[in-house]
Design a protein around this ligand. Structure first.
Ligand code: SF4
Length: 251
């Protein structure tokens, strides 16, 4: 069985050499992660904790949420974490995390949108040989619209354009997975929370669009499986690449 994920497909598209290092050679990078990725994982962890409490009907205060985030930040921090932007220090990213969470909390309290799952593992089975797995940040059953909402938190500074969201593969794949679970006629929407901008956007894809996506992904998986050549693709993203120290393109 060939098991893929959105990030595995995306890595192949962005830089095949990085794909080879990570998924074929399975090299464990010396740099654990970038500070942006660390901030993202800590904010996700705090929001996961918040909604676990919400589902237990024990809504924490905003101060308790910040305390949780701060404790996790200290507990998991490593001095090896990569800071590319030299004008910033660790404290700046920590403060950003606090700001994202406070804004999110104030905007979304008392969290009554009917969350039904957090960090839900989903699968899209293309056939007996190929499948995609992923984790949805949060699932909501919107009872007013009888719709399942796929919520995704973004902590990067960039705001995606409507066109990029309309063509975004990750949440569309999760829409396919939800339709596998609930039936093709179930209404499913994708909700992006841009925490750095205190904004959210919602879109959905038609079944025809999802069928087209399915075909494209199957073709991409086949292309990856048949690829023998993994050239480097140097770009500005290399500064955030955890394999830059071993990358042949930078020697
Ligand atoms: S440093 Fe750049 S070229 Fe090298 S593997 Fe990473 S992304 Fe690819």
């Amino acid at each position: 069985m060939l098991v893929y994920s959105h990030s595995k497909l995306e890595t192949f598209e962005k830089c095949r050499l990085k794909y080879k290092y990570r998924y074929i050679d399975k090299i464990v990078p010396k740099i654990p992660k970038s500070i942006e990725a660390y901030l993202g994982s800590m904010v996700h962890e705090a929001l996961e904790w918040l909604y676990i409490k919400v589902m237990e009907r024990k809504i924490p205060t905003v101060n308790e949420l910040i305390d949780f985030f701060s404790e996790k930040w200290i507990e998991n921090f490593s001095p090896d974490i990569l800071i590319v932007r030299k004008e910033k220090i660790t404290q700046d990213y920590f403060n950003m995390g606090i700001e994202f969470l406070v804004n999110y909390y104030m905007k979304n309290q008392p969290f009554t949108d009917n969350t039904i799952a957090i960090e839900e593992r989903v699968e899209i089975n293309f056939d007996e040989e190929r499948k995609i797995i992923g984790y949805v940040d949060r699932l909501v059953h919107n009872l007013n619209r009888n719709e399942i909402e796929i919520h995704d938190y973004k902590t990067s500074a960039s705001l995606l354009s409507r066109e990029i969201m309309e063509n975004s593969r990750q949440l569309a794949l999760y829409s396919l997975a939800i339709k596998e679970m609930y039936g093709k006629d179930k209404n499913v929407s994708m909700v992006w929370h841009f925490l750095a901008h205190d904004m959210k956007f919602s879109l959905s894809r038609t079944n025809e669009q999802l069928d087209k996506l399915k075909k494209e992904v199957i073709e991409l998986i086949d292309e990856i499986e048949n690829t023998k050549d993994f050239p480097a693709n140097k770009s500005r993203l290399c500064d955030w690449c955890e394999y830059k120290d071993i990358c042949t393109a930078w020697k």
